[in-house]
Design a protein. Sequence first.
Length: 439
Amino acid sequence: MSHVADEVPLTLEGRPPKTLGVLDQGALWANLGVSLLGFSGAMFLVNPLGNAPLSLAAALVATVVGSLIGTAMVGLSAVPGTQTGQPAMVLLRGLFGARISYVPTVLNIVQMLGWGAFELWVIATGAGAIFPSVPYAVWVIVAGVLTTALTIWPLGSIRVLRRYVTVGVIVALVWFAWFFLREAPVQEGGSWTAFPAAVDYVIALSVSWVPMAADFARHSRSTGAAFTGVVGGYTLAQVACLGLGVYAVALAGNADAVFGTFVAVPLGALFFAILVLRETDQSFANVYSTTVSLQNLMPRVDRRVFSVAIGVLTVVIALLVDVTSYGAFLGVIGAVFVPMFAVLAVDYFLLGGARRWNTEEWAPSRWSMLVPWALGFAAYWLTTSTPTVAAWDAFWAGAREAIGFTRQVWMNGALGGALVAAVVTLLIGLLVRRPSVRR
């Protein structure tokens, strides 16, 4: 199988083609912003704390505010990828040095494997709502094969998304919105008490893409196309997806029955099938980013070998592991990357790093950058109100008590972690002169 000239190079040493315009990026991120998880997850948006439901207005405003903040972070993390032509984990060589960059790379591989398997579970569950007689395992394997094929030809897959899939998704969303807005019960009551927690939840949905934004942005024709595609495409799609989810949950009564609500609409099976098929772009993005993350560790290995191996592994995980219980753990790992990319953004954009960003295999270690990353990670968990694993949450509750810190209802984990990491990075930058790049 020969390599296509306008496709992603087979190894990290190849020159990445710049073929994606703003419409390509916008279509990619719009499709990533529409998720079957967004429909069922609207329950967490409406009642993020479990005891203080939001009013409809508060939930919708939280969706818009959280999406704009989160996608701005993702868009900002995409820009260095366009300017350097390097994927996300390779960019970290310039921030931490080549050797230290292996640490976040391994963490990213772990979380991408988990998310890839989780998406296969979502696809199989959605397909099962349409064709309940077909075994779960069959849908997982079919979705895994399709995901792997998309990963082998990633740029071609993005162009197909723009030309065909995006139109079908828009039609499907409009169709469901027409029926849900007419049939859903009037949303009354609720308050704004849990508004910060709802914003935190929406930001978390968006910034989960931060570790992979540069993987696709490095093929953009311009930084403007990359940033605009991310912020515009993803924000519009996520707001529509979560807003529709709020009404779907109201009709279903609980998150577990949401998919059935879609299928029950006239022609619902057809349009829901479009959304299920589109979900493969989520699994594709996760598997592809796992592939290019592995290339940071082994830059001369053919990415197609990685694609097939990761595709098979995600299928095995989805078949054998209870991926639903893995979600909280993935949230814990994902919190690693919000403060880390805040460190990167300050160092790259404000401290002159863009002029001398070193992504070579010999890039020297920069141990000082671990300090703001660690402090930002701690600040994330000290300020977030989003529950995860009981033992983990109890640890940070004890940490707050030990230092005499009281979390306020308006505090936000993603913003708290990013702000602390950014300020500490700026202070270190003023104290430590960045060494020039040389062998």
